[in-house]
Design a protein around this ligand. Sequence first.
Ligand SMILES: C[S@@+](CC[C@H](N)C(=O)[O-])C[C@H]1O[C@@H](n2cnc3c(N)ncnc32)[C@H](O)[C@@H]1O
Length: 443
Amino acid sequence: MPKPSPRPPIEVPGLAARRAAVEILDAVLRRKLPLDEQLGGKSAHPSLATLAERDRALMRRLVGTVLRRLGTLRHLLLGVLDKGFPAEAPRVEWILLVGAAQILWLDVPDHAAVDLSVRLAQSDRRAAHFTGLVNAVLRKLAKSGTPVAADPARDTPAWLLARWKKTYGAETARAIGTINGEEPALDITVKSDPAQWAERLRGRILPNGTVRVAAHGQVSLLPGFGEGAWWVQDAAAALPATLFGDMAGRTAADLCAAPGGKTAQLANAGAKVTAVDRSPGRLTRLRDNLARLKLEAEVVVADVLEWQAGSFDAVLLDAPCSATGTIRRHPDIPWLKGEAEIAVLTDLQRRLLDRAVELTRPGGTLVYCVCSLEPEEGEHQIAALLARDPRVLRAPISATEVFNQSQFINAEGDLRTLPSHWTDPDPRQAGLDGFYAARLRRL
Ligand SMILES: C[S@@+](CC[C@H](N)C(=O)[O-])C[C@H]1O[C@@H](n2cnc3c(N)ncnc32)[C@H](O)[C@@H]1O
């Protein structure tokens, strides 16, 4: 039988958003490209260029839901497919995932989800052959009608789940997986007056002063963004820079600083900040952020391992890491990263830590942090540093420094937040990034 040739798409409302979602899933899941790069900046996917803001928001929601619940979706679809996903036409899988996510969890009528998915298949050279399959599979899924909950044991890759079970126990590993299945709220660090901004942004204030906003459109259109009153930063990410205490008039080096959330905090606290990062592109974002916020820092493009400078009262090393504590915000991470990368990163973190010690003046404070849940990148790094360098001592963090959240402090006196630490009856208000931070004194 001759293959059906693809039909030129008839642009029905909502089709462009679904097509962009399919293209971005193809980039992330097949070509292994980071989601953030696809969604913005110079490397943004071309399919976004003509997308209206409303369609962009829908596309983000579709991609986010598919990536957060990928294991559950694949399991359900494979239960309906006789021969699995067609290997010769990868877009069929992405079309089915986007269609199924709408049927199961989005406020889209089933018939519209099926119809738009069929249209997507019709307009794709390879997927056109599978239009009938897309139609039949999604109709079957819609017909069953029973509500389906995401299964964190499927939505977390086995290697990662096994690690979390080993480190935190089965129950906590599952709780982390469950919270990773939900779209997170928008967390905002304000320069001052969180109560006023919570009211204006219709958010709520978390104990550390972060303003948490549940529903929002384009961030740059929210009140206060243009005037530089606040910046976006997860509540847990806002904790490490506060561990230095009073920073007014003190010198601080923010190593690995871009895009600058912690630089902004240090500058806002009155420190004389030098922000160092090896990525010129990310430092452009840092400069833009500081300019918008009307805050100042000296900005240096350099590899910290080679950067020569004097010593500082305070040194913050927010090291590059696997970022497994930020999967809620970066749902592509579990599907792009693997265990082998953790070993490469731990070697770099060790060398950066040694350099950070040299840059801390005797009597000064070094804070090391990572947004990873993996102990090799956090707890083990600091244990090894303390064992090899007698010039550094741990300065334990107390619960009173983190707003009496004693669950954030481990037995050694380090900060260890887990995504499951912040519970709330409303899943859109729950969760925070998984962060590790240790505070050290240089002798
Ligand atoms: C976790 S991110 C930093 C986030 C930032 N501190 C913030 O709060 O916005 C890690 C950063 O480390 C930078 N980086 C990685 N290796 C580096 C090195 N050897 N020297 C300098 N910067 C490095 C990356 O470019 C990246 O911007």
